[in-house]
Every structure is written in C-alpha cells, then in structure tokens.
Design a protein around this ligand. Sequence first.
Ligand SMILES: Nc1ncnc2c1ncn2[C@@H]1O[C@H](COP(=O)(O)OP(=O)(O)OP(=O)(O)O)[C@@H](O)[C@H]1O
Length: 578
Amino acid sequence: MKTIWRVSSYLFRYKWMFWGTLALAIGSTGFYLVVPKVAGYIVNRLTSQQGIDGYWLLVGTLIGCFAMRETLNSLRIRLNNVLEQKVLIDLRTDLHKKLLNLPVRYFDTRKSGDIASRVIEDVQNVERVILDGTEQGSTAMLTLIGVTGMMFYSEPRLAALMILPIPIMVVLSRLHFKTQSVNWRKVREASGELSSLLIEDIQGNRLINSFALKEREQKRFTEKAEELRRYTLKGMFRWSLHGPVNGFIVSMGTVAVVGYGGYLTFTEPETFKTGDLVEYLLFCYMLYQPLTLISSLNNMLATGKASAERVFDLLDFDIDIKDPDTPKAFPETPLEVQFASVDFKYTERANLLSDFSLTMPAGKVTALVGHTGAGKSTVANLLQRYYDVSEGSVSLNGVDVRELTLKALRSNIGMVAQDPFLFDGTVRDNLLLAREDATEEELVQALEGACAWEFVSKLPDGMDTLIGERGIRLSMGEKQRLTIARVILRNPPLVILDEATSAVDTLTEAKIQAAVDNLVKERTTLVIAHRLSTVLKADKIVVLDQGRIIETGTHDELLHIDGHYANLWKVQSDLIAD
Ligand SMILES: Nc1ncnc2c1ncn2[C@@H]1O[C@H](COP(=O)(O)OP(=O)(O)OP(=O)(O)O)[C@@H](O)[C@H]1O
C-alpha cells in the first residue's frame, strides 16, 4: 500500500490536473448512470401502451447522455495522458538524478544490467499502472459506486443480490494480489539478472572469444531465461485461473438478477415491471464490467508494485557522501594533502586502513607502492571522497574534504586511471569534457603536453575522429595519453595517476612518462605504481603493506635502508635484466 501511495504522490504534484481528471470522470459516469433509468422508462412506456407521445424525446435523451459521456471521456483521456506523461518524466528524471548522485558503494554491490533494467523496464511497468490504473481504475470505481447507490435507491432486494459477488471477489483478489506480488518480484529480479548477463556478455565479448566461453555463456543465459520463463508463466497461469473464476462469480450475480427479477415481474407486476427488469440488467452489466476490469487491474497492480519497489529501492538509497550544509571555500594552492589517523573498511570486515597517517607535500610527487591489494587505490578513493573515512580525516591545506562540495573537490583533482574511460564521440568531444570553452590552440597544446598530438594529428579526421565506445578504436597507450591531455586541459592543482603506464610497452611507457612529467610539474601528485621504474623521480615514496605504511623516503633513501622497497627493486631489476 505504501508503494502504491508513493506512486500516487507523484500524481498529486499536479493537483488541478488530478482533480480535473476526477471531475471529468464523475461527469461522464453521471451521464452513463442515467442510461438504464431512461431505457427502463422507455420499455415501461412501451409495455403499458402509453402511446408514442414523448417517445422520441426519450430516445434523444439517450443519445444526448451517450454523447456527453463520450465527450467528457475524451477530455478526461487527454488530460489524463498529459498528467501521466508529466508524472513519468518526473519519475525518470528523479531516477536519473539519483543515479548520477549515488555513492560508488551502491555500484559495488549491484550489477549494471540490473540497474539499467530498473530504470528502463521497471519504470515502464510503473508507467502502465499509472496509465491504466488511473485512467481505467478511476472510472471503474466511480461507476461501481454510482451504480450501487442507484440500485439500492430503486430496489434494495435486487441490489443486495447483485452485490453479493463483490465481497467474494474482493477476498479472492486480495489473495491473488499477495501471491502475485511475490511472484512478480521474482520475475523482475530474474529479468534484472538476465539484463546483467547480457551486458556482461557484450562487455566481455573478447574474453568470451579468447577463452572459448561461448557454450558456457549460452548455458548461463538459457538457465536465466528459463528461470524468467518459469516465474512469468507461473504468474500467467495463476491469472488464467483467477480471471475466469471471477468471471464465473460475476455471471452468477447476473443469473440471480435475471432469476429473482423475472420472478418479481410475475409476483409484483404493479411495482416491478418488465422495464424495471431491463433497467436492472443494464445496471448489472454496468456493475460487473468495471468489477472485471478492477480485477484485471489488480493483477497489473501486482506487477507494478514489484517494479515500483525496485524503482523506490534505488530512489531511497541513502546518499551518505554528499555536500556539507555550509561548505568551505576550496583552499589556496599549492595543496598539501594530509591523511590523519584514518580508519577505513569497505564492508563489515576488519579495517583495511587503521590509524593511517600520510602527508603529501604541496607541489610534490608522492608515490604509493606495495603489493597488490595493499590499499593503494583505496587511498586515492578516499582522497576523492568516493568513500568516507570511518575515523580520522583527509584534508587539503587543513580543510577536511568533507567540508568541501563534491564538485569543488573532484573538479580540482585530475585522475588518470589504469583503465582510462573515454566517451563514445570524437577526440575533441572527450577533451572538451575537461573544459567546454577550450580554444583549438589550447586543445593542441594539451595534446602536445600529453605526447598525444603525434598520433591524433595522424588520425583520419584529426581531433574530429570518432573513437568508439570507451575509446575502443584507440590503443591503451593512446587512450592513456588522451586522458592525460584531458587532465592538462582541466589544469587541476591535484593529480592522481593510478598505474598510468601499467598496460603498455616500454616505448609507449616512455612517451606516457614524458606526458606525466609535463603533467605533474608544480602540482601535488599521487602516483600509484607497481613498476618502480615509474616512481624513481618521486619526491616521496611510501611503501604500503596490508593498509600500513612500512617505509617512506626517496628512491635512494629506501635503497639505503635495504628493506622491503630495496627488495622489490632488486626483484624488478633482475626481471628486467633476464
Ligand atoms: N569496492 C570494494 N569493496 C570491497 N572491497 C574492496 C573494494 N575495493 C577494494 N577492495 C579490497 O580492498 C583491498 C585493497 O584494495 P586496493 O584496490 O586499494 O588495493 P591496491 O593496492 O590498489 O591493489 P592493486 O595494486 O592490485 O590495484 C583489497 O583486498 C580489495 O579486495
């Protein structure tokens, strides 16, 4: 109920449209309700031999009632459609806005296919409920109330017989709704998983080919599709039973009216005439038609509820990484970064960082080295506030990163990641992301600074060459240099280089290293590296092991200590020599 109420609350944002729709629905139902009365009156006049006087006027009244009903209906449908579209856009916009603001933590535990299925398919299901539910449900409910009132007013005994099926239908519908809600939730989950699998197969296409995983993937897909089929059919079979049972109960109500109404025309011919029976049969039709409709809407509501829950699960996710109420101004550069007694863990397991303290000197290069899983990228994540520390603080020139707006913080940090992300579009489009108003000359300068101009200038359309989704038409080294150019263009005071040269050959590494040297000048820089050759020139090298700093110094100082770093250096030098 809470979910349905929340969906409805979107409708109440447009009050005059909502009440207008309702008023038009009441008007058209009113004209509809007059029809059986007039029809019954006509039949009674015909059977009581009262002559033709006024007969055509009554027929004209019937035509008028139908015409008014349909005119008001047409206006209602129009207004309703505008209202629904407004509501849907609101819901989609809210979802998209939320999606863009969700903390990284949300994506850690959810699959992208499932998220996409929530935004696309689940919103569509909610759309159907809003569309059909408000449009058909409102008129059906009004007709139901109006017909019941009119019947009780004219002939309470028959009215009592007529509404007899309603409580039975309500009980059955509630039971059906409960079981269907559970089942449709499973359908939506299975559908989300199927979408995730599909996205994985698209993204992992090369891996699937190189590892000859096609059969395995096909099997996984068929299993998931089978699961989806099973739950969907289960829901449909239930409906195939529930719908006809409801239909039968409704027909029994009609039989009761025909039986008892016919009997009254024999036993009480003075007060209950043939025309009255006609009137009641029409009322019967008018009562049971919306009842059957409400029953099928109930089935649809169960689907919609499962989808709405998934949509609201996303909308309700707590955004804990957010702007402070009164943000501080971004500190003057150059920036000194300080991690002070930081505790941090990703999940409920033990702290990854405990009492972690590190100072990155202003305008200097600090390098983090250490075994895989030591926590190097985690330090970068905390600096960009993708996660918040549980104890201690991360600060820039003494200002806690939690006291800055996320926009100010992140726009002042240039990130060159291990797996560079480029958008589908041209080289120019990707560069302009960093600074919309950059001139042609500035773009070229940035590319030159990143040692990328040499290959961009040779592309078929230069900077206007399309590079494909995620920059698929470029090599890893080229992609990396483009992301460096993007950062140069942004000109941030703080730079993070996460394994920037990890996936390239020695020649490209040298080019990227030259680009990096250009980039880091005068900026506070954090370099995360496995290959120690890339951190030789760092002003400060920090060796991490299981979230703890075990050594700090320059390359020469660390070699002199002859500890962990010296050992790593020796192993890597031997490997290169071999
Ligand atoms: N989003 C996450 N959720 C849960 N655990 C995570 C997450 N990211 C990293 N971890 C865990 O935290 C630990 C440190 O990871 P981190 O990526 O910081 O290491 P790293 O030193 O950068 O490793 P690498 O050199 O391999 O990139 C690892 O054990 C990793 O499994």
